[in-house]
Every structure is written in structure tokens, then in C-alpha cells.
Design a binder for this molecule. Structure first.
Ligand SMILES: [Zn+2]
Length: 273
């Protein structure tokens, strides 16, 4: 099997990936409560699994290297359940910025921030907005349950998409860390999915922060009751394929266009590498 894991390589091997203009994946996740049945590493473990599988799949078309998972994310909303780390948005921003800059300094020019935790999404988009005009690299941010939403939706029986410690996450953890999943009463952990849809909403389309206790009493949002190993394997496969397709598509890494006319003037547009 092709080696894609940064931390398993020697420095000169990592350098050879940069020299081949490899895509560098920086997985970003969290350590947080995942209900009574799943370990706190769920997002970190699944983010790792999906990134590694995607890198191997995409390696047919292009070299890909996967950095260690950033396990510290934005999880304030899970703190009331314990078992959770959260860092301040300022710390998160500085951390991701430093790691991206370290990749760029080593010659990586196409960088995929591969997120596996919902609470990180908005902050990561902001970080990309801030960094993209400053670094000599193309930054793409993805969250696999969203990139693979269509395929995931087809595989799930009781949910439309990935929620939390749910049908999907439970199944995927059964597939890759079965011994760590308490399968004694999965159906007993089911929670009401309707309230989750309104978790961070007010009015018709307005935003309002709420802790996760607002949605669930046991830390679960969704229906782990129908999770199976087979479903988990299919979900991992579909998620990895969606990311591999994103990585392999040349359009993903295309330079930004400048459609202004020649004499338009204005602010100089940053040259893409
Ligand atoms: Zn999760």
C-alpha cells in the first residue's frame, strides 16, 4: 500500500513529496464527547481514516501526503457533557495559520484542509479567506460529510446526513474502531432528529448560538440504532472517494481568474503560483 502518512516518513521522504508538487492534506478535527457509546476521538479518528483513504485513492493521479490530524478544535458547545477539549477561536486561527505556513515554507503549493468537525467549519472558511491572499499556495477547505453528502444520504436509512454520534458516525467507528464502540444498546441512544435541525437557528434563517444540551440529553444527535459495520465501511469508502475526486480534479487547484479588462486598473491581483 502506498505510504501517504507524513509522520511515518523520514524528512527526505517528505521533501520528495514537496518536490513532486504533492497535494498536502491537513486534517482538522476535535476531541469531544460523542454520546455514551462512542470514544471522544471519533472526529479525529474518522478525519484521519477518510484523509488517508482519499490520499491513497488519489495517488493514482497525483502524489498526496497527509499531515497528522489537528485534534484541537472549536467545541465549546460540547463542553457541558465533559470529555471535551476546546480552544479559543484566536488560538485555533493562529494554530492553523502556523501549520499552513509551515507547509508552504516546505514547498507545498496545493493544500487541502480536510475538516471532520462541524464546529470548525465557519472558522476554517475565515482562515482560508485571510490566508489565501497572503500565502504562495492554493488553499481548499473541505468537510467530508458535506463533500460526500449525496452519497452519504443514499447510504443512511434514518438520517438525511451526518449528525453527531449518529447512524453515520457510529457505523464508521464500528468499521474502524469496533472495540471502542459500546454496542450494548445503540437503539437506546437514539435522539430526536427534528430538534437538531433547529440547533443553531432562530426565526426562518437567523443564527443563534446554543450549547449541544439544547438538542440532546445524552450527547447524541441522530439514530445510532441502525449502525452496522457494513454501512460504516460503505460510508468511509464513499467519503474517501468524494475527497479523492476533489483532489484529482484539476479545477480544484486552478489559479483564480482575473476577468478585468487590461486597462481597468484597481488593486493588483495576487499572482497564483
Ligand atoms: Zn463527530
Amino acid at each position: 500500500m502506498v505510504e501517504v502518512e507524513w509522520q511515518r516518513m523520514k524528512a527526505q521522504e517528505v521533501r520528495s513529496f514537496a518536490a513532486r508538487n504533492a497535494v498536502a492534506i491537513l486534517p482538522v478535527a476535535s476531541i469531544e464527547q460523542h454520546g455514551p457509546h462512542l470514544p471522544t476521538m471519533t472526529d479525529t479518528r474518522l478525519g484521519h481514516e477518510v484523509a488517508i483513504r482519499a490520499a491513497r485513492l488519489a495517488s493514482d493521479t497525483r502524489a498526496v501526503i497527509v499531515a497528522p490530524v489537528v485534534w484541537s478544535g472549536l467545541s465549546e458547545h460540547h463542553m457541558p457533557f465533559g470529555g471535551t477539549f476546546t480552544i479559543r477561536p484566536d488560538t485555533f486561527r493562529a494554530l492553523i495559520r502556523d501549520l499552513v505556513e509551515a507547509l508552504v515554507r516546505q514547498g507545498f503549493r496545493d493544500i487541502l484542509i480536510s475538516n471532520s468537525h462541524g464546529g470548525n467549519i465557519i472558522a476554517l472558511q475565515q482562515i482560508c479567506d485571510e490566508l489565501a491572499p497572503q500565502v504562495d499556495a492554493t488553499l481548499v477547505m473541505t468537510t467530508y460529510p458535506m463533500e460526500a453528502a449525496e452519497e452519504i444520504g443514499r447510504l443512511l436509512e434514518e438520517q438525511e446526513g451526518v449528525q453527531h454520534a449518529c447512524e453515520a458516525e457510529t457505523a464508521m467507528m464500528m468499521a474502524c474502531e469496533g472495540r471502542l464502540v459500546d454496542q450494548s444498546d445503540l437503539a437506546g441512544q437514539n435522539s430526536d432528529t427534528a430538534s437538531a435541525a433547529r440547533f443553531l437557528k432562530a426565526g426562518k434563517a437567523s443564527y443563534r448560538w446554543r450549547p449541544f444540551t439544547h438538542v440532546t440529553g445524552n450527547g447524541v444527535s441522530g439514530k445510532p440504532g441502525t449502525a452496522t459495520v457494513e454501512k460504516g465501511e460503505a460510508l468511509l469508502k464513499a467519503s474517501a472517494q468524494a475527497l479523492a475526486d476533489l483532489i484529482s480534479d484539476p479545477e480544484t487547484w486552478e489559479a483564480a481568474q482575473d476577468l478585468r479588462g487590461n486597462e481597468t486598473g484597481g488593486v493588483p491581483f495576487r499572482d497564483q503560483p
